[in-house]
Design a protein around this ligand. Structure first.
Ligand code: CP
Length: 332
């Protein structure tokens, strides 16, 4: 069972929790494929999304996941909310808490924003990406996709290429992959790889061919021009020539290597169009798996909340939890 009230990062998760999420996602994926998803497992659960930064995949997949489970989900619509009148993050969270929100899903440009919110609300908080810190749900769907293709994490060589310094996806993936026994190599221009990557267990190189050599998984990252202060690499054309992943470079990886990218992709910059749409690409499967993984997270958090008498006591008379039934049906 998930031990914490919130999902803030992979750094503080243990391998059992990660595997339970992956296992539950497998069940959820089958339910989607069998069109069984409309059963109202999360009936009476209220979820709010607070996206202070743009998103397509994360926000839409959480929204669909919640709807497939029968939850009430609404979006704050940050740009038209009282945030624009200067209301603080904590005051916004406390306000939504008072309305009976069970789960808040937040994306914010400030590292640590999800943590601040979680400390100040009764609702469970899911970090949908905070600054350059973590993007745990992306890493979980990446782990799920790797597991589907490779069936085991032990001793896999996973190479992550690109703008490592600004990538919360890279950090969350490194934490998760290391906990599950994989080896991680990060590669890119030295100006885009912060020194602490070795401290968190990744091998660092600026030699892209050495990085990709015999890799099982090649993960490209988006060049995040919006987070760069400028001058970290000379120009896009030069970046593409030196670090863009293309068909020739993929030949250095194992024959059965898979190509991943969290999206959105700058086509023709970090990845060539040919390999994005090629046989080794699992980018579309990552997107598909995002819904199942987020369904699993919402379900497991709801179970965690039902077990928490303090938080749920006031709802006891109006909510009919059927823990045993759910466990039997979904967890077996
Ligand atoms: N991968 C990812 O977080 O995509 P979005 O920004 O579209 O949510």
């Amino acid at each position: 069972m998930i031990t914490n009230k919130d999902i803030l990062g992979i750094r503080n998760m243990n391998s059992d929790e990660i595997l339970q999420i992956l296992e539950t996602a497998e069940i959820m994926k089958k339910r989607i494929e069998n069109k069984e998803q409309r059963e109202k497992i999360l009936k009476d659960f209220s979820i709010v999304t607070l996206f202070y930064e743009n998103s397509t995949r994360t926000k839409m997949s959480f929204t669909l996941a919640a709807k497939y489970l029968g939850a009430n989900i609404v979006d704050l619509g940050v740009s038209t909310s009282s945030v624009n009148k200067g209301e603080s993050l904590v005051d916004t969270g406390v306000t939504l808490d008072q309305m009976g929100t069970d789960i808040m899903i937040i994306r914010h440009s400030m590292s640590g924003a999800a943590n601040v919110l979680a400390r100040n609300v009764n609702a469970s908080v899911i970090n949908a990406g905070d600054g350059v810190n973590e993007h745990p749900t992306q890493a979980l769907l990446d782990l799920f996709t790797i597991y589907e293709k490779k069936k085991n994490f032990k001793d896999l060589k996973v190479v992550i290429i690109g703008d490592i310094t600004h990538s919360r996806v890279a950090r969350s993936n490194i934490f998760g992959l290391k906990k599950l026994g994989a080896n991680v190599v990060v590669a890119g221009p030295s100006t885009l790889i912060s020194k602490n990557m070795e401290c968190i267990g990744a091998k660092v190189t600026t030699d892209i061919k050495e990085a990709i050599y015999k890799a099982d998984v090649v993960m490209g990252l988006r060049i995040q021009l919006e987070r760069q202060k400028g001058g970290l690499f000379p120009d896009i054309r030069e970046y593409r020539q030196m670090f863009g992943i293309n068909k020739e470079l993929m030949k250095y990886a194992k024959e059965d290597a898979i190509l991943m990218h969290p999206g959105p992709v700058n086509r023709g910059i970090e990845l060539s169009t040919e390999i994005i749409d090629g046989d080794q690409s699992v980018i579309n499967e990552q997107v598909k798996n995002g819904v199942a993984v987020r369904m699993a997270l919402l379900y497991l958090l709801s179970e965690r909340r039902k077990g928490n008498e303090d938080i749920n006591s006031k709802w006891k008379n109006v909510r009919s939890y059927t823990k045993d039934k759910w466990n039997k049906r979904y967890i077996g």
